[in-house]
Design a protein around this ligand. Sequence first.
Ligand code: NDP
Length: 453
Amino acid sequence: MNQYVSELMDAVKAKNPAEPEFHQAVQEVAESLTTVLDRHPEFREAKILERMIEPERVIMFRVPWRDDGGVMQVNRGFRVQMNSAIGPYKGGLRFHPSVNLGILKFLAFEQVFKNALTTLPMGGGKGGADFDPKGKTDSEVMRFCQSFMCELSRHIGPNTDVPAGDIGVGAREIGFMFGMYKKLKNEFTGVMTGKGLTWGGSVIRPEATGYGAVYFASEMLKTRKEELKGKTCLVSGSGNVAQYTVEKLLSMGAKPVTLSDSGGYIFDEEGITREKLAWVMDLKNVRRGRIAEYVEEFKGASFTALDGSLGENPLWDHKAECAFPSATQNEISEKDAANLLRNGVYVISEGANMPSTIGAINRFLDAKILFGPGKAANAGGVATSGLEMAQNSMRISWTREEVDNRLYNIMKTIHEVCERTAEKYGTPGNYVNGANIAGFLKVANAMMDQGLV
Ligand code: NDP
């Protein structure tokens, strides 16, 4: 670590104690930026990076609600408005018991760079609550969402901050929150993305993150004149991103063999087919069941229970060519990275945010495999949210083909920009540096133009 990064990290840790995920996200970016900051002393003088790691605003609030048994419950809600240099704050809401300020700051920080890469005018933000939708009834989820929106509505708006979904926030939760916002404000605006198709949503938005991660993998493979067809793929998670990753892999002729949730993972050597995927979608999106049930339905598959602790995840210890981590942060440890490489994996496209630890990333970069970091590889979701905002502003709806073409072209452009930038700054093939530097330059230049605000 060079002296500038090491001093910056000391300051970040001292000022933001107990936020290890935020430290990790800042360190990864700062290490990528050393050459840029050497070439552009004006950024260092203007303290651009120091300003970017300080949120423009953090809102933290009480979310009281009553469960079906009449018992009062209290959760904590957040919105981190990180950076608005290139557009209104934009980023998802996460409902998960692990949510805390440090996790949301890491997600908001990453979002700033990701949104800059999409080529669309969106700043970065993230929010959520330590609420666990798992095991709650629809009416409990609705009461929670309404209470959450009662406060959040004061701080967002179609030209200020436009939230979307993330872990634990899907079509159901977006619907309840949008409904409450509309009632409170008495206006029908594109204040959230991921909306239903009959009330302002965009086709392809549910599919976009998974599809985009697969498009990104396919673009990386093209640099070696290869394609996804025939390749065995490990996928983690079984939520929104994982489901549509599997769907697009199938349409490209690849063979996905794993899925997981916080209880464990399934391995289906014969491959997860379209019929099996449809069953998983019903299990997860309608019946809200657990992935362990897969092996009761499909006898050839195996289920391995996981306790969720970090260290070694056997999902990453199967023979394959590609991996699509699509569950959560730090799900690939350095040991998992070694297992992936030993098993022949040489394409990794991160559907999740920061699923690889810094040790794991360094292994991948040293091995010179095709490693697409989340900031670039999973940007298709927010890019299509940007397309939803554009359609809302124009009060029109594009067709599936139109949105999918735009998504594909955005992913292709992000890939090209990352590749070109990595080369320009002396690290060809390093998409981590490419994504961090390209995202940084766009936001940094806008901040320079706008003065000390
Ligand atoms: P979902 O809630 O739809 O699915 C999340 C999946 O990951 C579930 O299978 C869940 O299992 C599993 N999971 C979540 N937390 C953990 C954990 N701590 N340990 C093990 N498994 C876990 O979320 P998404 O698919 O939307 O999001 C997945 C990832 O993709 C996240 O990192 C998110 O930030 C990222 N992402 C999402 C985008 C989107 O458009 N939705 C856009 C860009 C990135 P269980 O049900 O048991 O909790």
